[in-house]
Design a protein around this ligand. Structure first.
Ligand code: PGA
Length: 256
């Protein structure tokens, strides 16, 4: 796991945008795994400003709420169109987001997995992290081998996400999310976290035991993970000085 610590969320976002931009330039028909949430908005703004060619890219989003329509202002469909897709030349037929209104949820989840496989797997998966360590909506106790499926949100996530809704009671209780097993099959995971409220989750993900109680800790099993943090999110890492030193010592050919 490579841990990159930057002074501010803005500087960390720029690093993540460069990682994505490099892939998009080197592999114009790449498959991207995309995420939503407060952390991703500024990243998408930077990507849009880079005016990259999205015409041959395929995208798969991590998750969606069950029971709300794509037009709902808090749906992840809506988030993606407002924050990214309507500003770039992506082909609508190459955009994949779980269907929160699917009548047959298990069949829709299986079909989502098949589509990822048919696209050749995900080249780069963007990830945020929940305050209790979720990636996607894989809440604590999610199987580390899980695939795309329905999940029930924890009270912690309902509280965390209430800020996007008029009240906590409006946050849907169910979601469709790629599984931890699905995420671990992507070729590169790029996780972003900013702010003190993410510091404990990051320390447990990078330096704690691998456990279903902290789903992001499963990333320790992946051979290519880049974690991009601001100072506050890095503040509980025991090895933070080492990570800074490693980043400063990088040979030129490895620099981002
Ligand atoms: P946030 O969400 O970017 O809004 O903090 C991250 C997550 O829950 O994965």
């Amino acid at each position: 796991m490579e841990i990159i610590i930057q002074p501010t969320p803005e500087a960390a976002t720029t690093i993540a945008a460069r990682v994505l931009a490099r892939l998009i330039r080197e592999k114009p028909a790449a498959t991207l795994g995309l995420a939503t949430g407060g952390t991703m908005g500024p990243l998408y703004r930077e990507l849009v400003a880079l005016k990259l060619d999205w015409s041959r890219l395929t995208t798969f989003n991590l998750d969606e709420y069950v029971g709300i329509s794509p037009q709902h202002p808090q749906s992840y469909h809506h988030f993606m169109w407002e924050n990214l897709f309507r500003h770039v030349n992506v082909s609508i037929t190459n955009v994949n987001i779980p269907d929160g209104l699917a009548k047959d949820v298990p069949a829709a989840c299986e079909s989502y997995e098949r589509k990822i496989s048919s696209a050749g797997g995900i080249d780069l998966q963007l990830l945020g992290i929940g305050t209790h360590g979720h990636i996607g909506f894989n809440e604590p106790t999610s199987s580390l081998a899980s695939r795309t499926r329905i999940k029930t949100l924890t009270p912690q996530t309902l509280r965390d996400n209430a800020r996007f809704f008029a009240s906590e009671s409006e946050v849907p209780h169910h979601v469709i999310t790629m599984g931890i097993g699905t995420i671990l099959e992507s070729r590169h995971c790029v996780l972003l976290a900013f702010g003190k409220k993410k510091a404990r989750a990051i320390a447990e993900a990078a330096e704690g035991p691998i456990t279903a109680m902290h789903p992001a800790s499963a990333l320790q099993l992946h051979s290519k993970v880049t974690v991009v943090l601001d100072e506050a999110a890095a503040s509980e890492l025991k090895m933070q000085d080492y990570y800074r030193w490693v980043y400063e010592q990088k040979p030129d050919w490895q620099k981002i």
